[in-house]
Unconditional design. Structure first.
Lengths: 424, 289
């Protein structure tokens, strides 16, 4: 008997896009306006027991559709999939939570929705509640919960499932960063105990650190199936060469209509050497290569940095810094040197935009390469940035100001005595 | 049902057991087994609906009594005092109305809840798998709880009027089953249609509003002209209501067997076609909801 847990044979899924101006009209018309859209096309793979497989791909590449087929939420149009073992799907935290019901009632409801039996829930009930740290609010309707409590409770239920095959969407990655970390830690534990996991994520860092294998989907087709590092490289390369279609409000969908396009973005260090990893506090040199197709008035080159969980961290704008031109006619490159980046250690993605005057219109947008920031201590718990501040303190009593100590002067002993002084 | 199959891998015959086969138009066998396997979810969804129904209301479950009771008072006044209709036999008019109000109230709540059951659970439908039939079936069961409460009120009224039921009461479950079938069958149609055509959100309340006058709730069905009775009985609630009156009111209210058979037939057609339509469209619910 082989170890294959999931076998997908040329799975395809077609959606009909109804092309009509008004929705009410289209409902009854069976006209030929309908257009087929293949969300998934001819996807085949096998997954062995205990494998942790990351599914990556751009928005609309068919990741969620694939998961939904494997979870039996929707049917494939063609092809088939065979699964061995109990499939548990976590496409969302707290599916079916009812705001009017109490925490206790929701544990039972959510548990049964996720496929637990009543006896199982009863056995694990205390564990679930203490894990979620909501003991005193057990009989409060969840609509009165803070969002943190809500998510904790929901996750706690999910964490006590005993799946054989776990299918997780990145929608799970909501809530604060500490919670996300908890999710990932939990999945690592599951993986260690031999659970087969399918994970859809945009968080390439998480994929890289957790998965044994990566499936990359692009435009509904399986673009890559292999080791994570390679898959992620390929994915990054692909998304660099394509325009960022996620950007809202870009002039026209059609890249050919854009007056200016960004060819590529280079990340370097102060000494002009290409870089993908920066130490905390380093400066970053960025070169944005662009091609002008039609002259652009007052272009505002803009660079944005997003953390792996898509939080916009910071941005730089040429026009705000006083660099623009009445009319840009020539293709070329614009370079910026950032101030020391005080971002905490994580993976960040970059994107460049050319805005019109006053950020009112957008000429083009393009995702750039990702980079890592490394620091042994500073992680997401320290915030987006960790910036040095000027500190002063005063010890109660004599009211005299204490001169600040430099950290290298601060020995263990002295910090102890200062700590004691503060207590007085 | 484990799918057993033979596949040839690199020249050798390998026999593998998979628990689940996902395929377009996958076999029906899985479905009914799943329905059984998901019975606990069915129970929990019904339990949720019952719990939620009267949360944050002051008088809570009493609403289940007040609505039919007030409707009964109004109907008694209008049909008995204003329109001067006579109850067959010497049945007190309030009892005549309330005996009909019982199944009608059940039917109307069950139908409207079932019609909204899929849309109301849209987030579940698009995020988790379960046999979708559970949603409308759960709604019908929930309405049955309200029915039991109103049945208690009926008992109280019968004691008040000194009009206790006889052996015919034993036939009540049969008519109840008929009411179940009618509500479930129609509910299946409407909830499945509702997913695609939200127009049914407006059509269903309309049907219910009209239905109370088209069904013999405020009057006895023997005032309907003889030659129209058969057509009239195609409304499945006619058979149910006549049956309830017959069972509760000593058979003084007439029950024509042709009417009953017609209603039962319509109900079974409704149920069978409802299940067929539901099963056929069910696979697309998650895509279009």
């Amino acid at each position: 008997m082989s170890n294959v847990v999931i076998r997908a044979d040329s799975l395809s899924k077609r959606y009909r896009i109804i092309r009509s101006r008004s929705a009410s009209n289209s409902t009854f018309s069976r006209s030929s306006n309908n257009q087929d859209f293949w969300a998934l096309q001819d996807v085949s793979f096998e997954i062995d027991r205990g494998e942790v497989v990351g599914i990556i791909g751009r928005n609309g590449a068919g990741k969620s559709t694939l998961l939904k087929i494997l979870c039996r939420i929707t049917e494939p149009t063609e092809g088939k999939a065979r699964i061995r073992g109990r499939v548990t799907s976590l496409l969302e935290v707290g599916t079916g939570f009812h705001p009017e019901l109490t925490g206790r009632e929701n544990v039972y409801l959510n548990g049964s929705i996720l496929g637990m039996t009543r006896a199982e829930i009863r056995n694990k009930f205390d564990e679930i509640v203490s894990f979620a740290e909501i003991d005193q609010f057990l009989n409060t309707p969840v609509k009165r919960y803070s969002s943190g409590m809500y998510v904790r409770l929901a996750f706690s239920v999910a964490a006590h499932l005993e799946p054989e095959v776990l299918v997780v969407d990145e929608a799970l990655a909501v809530g604060d960063v500490g919670f996300q970390r908890k999710c990932l830690d939990h999945m690592r534990n599951l993986a260690r105990s031999g659970v087969t996991i399918l994970l859809v994520s945009h968080n390439l860092f998480a994929v890289k650190s957790m998965c044994h294998r990566v499936l990359m989907l692009s435009a509904g087709r399986l673009g890559f199936d292999g080791p994570p590092a390679e898959g992620i490289d390929l994915y990054e390369k692909n998304s660099r060469s394509e325009a960022n279609s996620q950007a809202p409000g870009v002039i026209g969908e059609d890249i050919n209509q854009w007056p200016i396009v960004i060819r590529f973005i280079e990340l370097l260090d102060e000494g002009d050497a290409p870089r993908a990893v920066y130490e905390y506090g380093e400066r970053m040199r960025v070169r944005i290569h662009y091609e002008v197709r039609r002259p652009v008035r007052y272009p505002n080159f803009y660079l944005g940095i997003r953390r792996s969980d898509n939080v916009a961290c910071c941005s730089f704008s040429a026009a705000r810094d006083g660099v623009t031109a009445p009319l840009l006619e020539q293709s070329g490159m614009i370079e910026l040197l950032t101030p020391p980046l005080r971002l905490v250690s994580d993976v960040y993605s970059t994107y460049a935009t050319v805005w019109g005057h006053e950020f009112k219109s957008r000429y083009c947008e393009q995702t750039g390469p990702s980079f890592h920031v490394r620091d042994e201590v500073l992680n997401e718990h320290f915030g987006v940035f960790h910036v040095p501040a000027e500190w002063r303190w005063r010890v109660n009593g004599d009211g005299k100001q204490v001169t600040p100590l430099l950290s290298d002067q601060l020995t263990e002993e002295r910090s102890m005595s200062l700590g004691d002084a503060l207590k007085e | 049902m484990a799918v057993r199959e033979q596949s040839i891998v690199s020249g050798s015959v390998e026999s593998e057991r998979f628990d689940l086969l996902i395929e377009a138009g996958r076999g029906e066998k899985n479905y009914w087994r799943d329905l059984w396997r998901y019975r606990e979810l069915f129970y929990f969804l019904a339990w949720r609906d019952i719990l939620v129904r009267y949360k944050q209301t002051v008088i809570g479950i009493a609403w289940a009594l007040i609505r039919p009771f007030l409707t009964m008072l109004v109907f008694t006044f209008i049909f008995s005092k204003v329109a001067r209709l006579q109850a067959p036999g010497d049945v007190p008019y309030p009892l005549l109305v309330f005996a009909a109000m019982l199944p009608w109230q059940f039917f109307s709540t069950a139908l409207s809840e079932a019609s909204n059951s899929l849309i109301g659970n849209a987030n579940l439908i698009s995020k988790v798998y379960f046999p979708r039939l559970i949603a409308p079936a759960g709604s019908v069961i929930t309405s049955f709880v309200d029915f039991l409460i109103t049945l208690g009120l009926m008992a109280g009224m019968m004691v008040w009027h000194g009009f206790l039921p006889d052996w015919r009461l034993l036939a009540l479950p049969i008519f109840m089953a008929l009411a179940f079938g009618a509500a479930f069958g129609a509910g299946l149609w409407f909830c499945a249609l509702n997913v695609r055509y939200r127009d049914f959100r407006y059509i269903v309340p309309f049907i219910i509003q009209f239905g109370i006058y088209l069904s013999p709730v405020g009057f006895s069905s023997n005032i309907v002209p003889e030659d129209l009775r058969l057509i009239y009985a195609c409304n499945p609630m006619v058979g149910v209501i006549d049956g309830f009156r017959w069972a509760l009111l000593h058979g003084r209210s007439p029950l024509s067997s042709t009417a009953l058979i017609a209603s039962a037939l319509v109900t079974s057609v409704l149920c069978a076609s409802g299940i067929c339509y539901f099963r056929r469209t069910e696979k697309t619910f998650a895509d279009i909801i």
